[in-house]
Design a protein around this ligand. Structure first.
Ligand code: IPM
Ligand code: MG
Length: 372
């Protein structure tokens, strides 16, 4: 298969982790005889530094021409300090989601057997957790009208949803549930918010089209608690933009590190794949950033094009790296010399030589690998 992939490394740790994902995609292309080409673009704080704006036209057209976008991370703490800043790196990511109409954000939350002891939650509580969060990504409070009064003392952000915006993602979430444990939980705040009542009404209307799916409804405050105390009760969670942002970050506690959570953002004509973590500016260029979320995002990219064996091989390589503790310091207790690049090298090596890698594992641990 020929795929042209737009790569937007972005800010902070984005470039380092994305480089590992690109390396892994190249290894997959070699192993399975695909032709993957990569076109790079600027976004976020690094785009502001070079062009004055967070989402240059050239980046938009690179993404529009591509079959898929691989995104790194966005943000720089220097913009967080001043609430009066008019130009922010995040506008790059939000603008991209809106322009490419990437309305469905899918965030898998899987408790890896080998990492159960990395979570601050009890093993017995989180074991076998496997959740798919369907987060609406192009509407709601993120994109509603924003106002600041002239005297600067009153501000508002409108949370608005239309039937169309809810229906299109709800159908996808129902279909995802059908191919899993057939359970869909709508998370909302329908006891307070009109927009949530619209979500609930529409999901109730659609439910009869999916009679094999059991639908439950949960308020966001309660869901935030249930997710931590009984995560296994969830299969597919469907929710609006901001609730999904918060719940998915909370869910990373189950997995053990936010550095493991990948995501796919899908629209009718475009698709983008990105880790759920941010730019983590303090960690940039230290070799300590976990590249697995980015690598698993690349696996989701391959899923999107039906390249199932290829995606499965990446996941197998990731599982192996976790089993052997070839992981960055956020997860490591065993070895202290495993850098971002080494994790990428290991996964690349596994893909190219799944049968021979045992020799290299040892070498990597000793820092003597010939492949690094
Ligand atoms: C995410 C991030 C973004 C969001 C930020 C960087 C704008 O937190 O993808 O979860 O809020 O959507
Ligand atoms: Mg977030």
């Amino acid at each position: 298969m020929k795929l042209n992939i737009a790569v937007l490394p972005g800010d902070g740790i984005g470039p380092e982790v994305t480089a590992q994902a690109v390396k892994v995609l190249k290894a997959i292309a070699m192993e399975f005889n695909h032709v993957f080409t990569f076109d790079y673009g600027l976004v976020g704080a690094s785009a502001i530094d070079k062009t004055g704006i967070p989402l240059p036209e050239a980046t938009i057209s690179t993404c529009e021409k591509a079959d898929a976008v691989l995104f790194g991370a966005i943000g720089n703490t220097k913009y967080d300090i001043d609430p009066n800043t008019k130009i922010r790196p995040e506008q790059g990511l939000l603008g991209l989601r809106k322009t490419l109409d990437l309305y469905t954000n899918i965030r898998p939350v899987i408790a890896y057997e080998d990492l159960l002891n990395k979570s601050s939650l009890k093993k017995s509580q989180i074991k076998d957790t496997n959740i798919l969060i369907y987060r609406e990504l192009t509407s709601g409070i993120y994109f509603g009208e924003k106002k600041l009064s002239e005297d600067g003392n009153t501000a508002s952000d409108i949370c608005q949803y239309t039937r169309h915006e809810i229906e299109r993602i709800a159908h996808l979430a129902f279909q995802a549930a059908q191919s899993r444990k057939r359970k869909l939980t709508l998370v909302d705040k329908a006891n307070v918010l009109e927009s949530s009542r619209l979500w609930r009404r529409i999901v109730q209307e659609l439910a009869p089209q999916y009679p094999d799916v059991k639908v439950t409804y949960m308020y966001i405050d309660n869901a935030a608690m249930e997710l931590i105390i009984k995560p296994r009760q969830f299969d597919v969670i469907l929710t609006e933009n901001m609730f999904g942002d918060i719940l998915s970050e909370e869910a990373s506690v189950i997995v053990g590190s936010i550095g493991l959570l990948a995501s796919a953002s899908i629209g009718k004509d475009h698709a983008m794949f990105e880790p759920i973590h941010g730019a983590y500016t303090k960690a940039a260029n230290k070799g300590i950033a976990n590249p697995i979320a980015s690598i698993l995002s690349a696996a989701m990219l391959l899923d999107h094009f039906g390249l199932d064996d290829e995606a499965a091989l990446i996941r197998e390589a990731v599982d192996k790296s976790l089993k052997l503790h070839i992981t960055t310091p956020d997860l490591n207790t065993k070895y202290d010399n495993i850098t971002t690049t080494k994790v990428g090298d290991f996964i690349e090596d596994f893909i190219n030589n799944p049968d021979e890698t045992n020799l290299n594992f040892t070498n990597i641990h000793l820092g003597q690998s010939t492949i690094i």
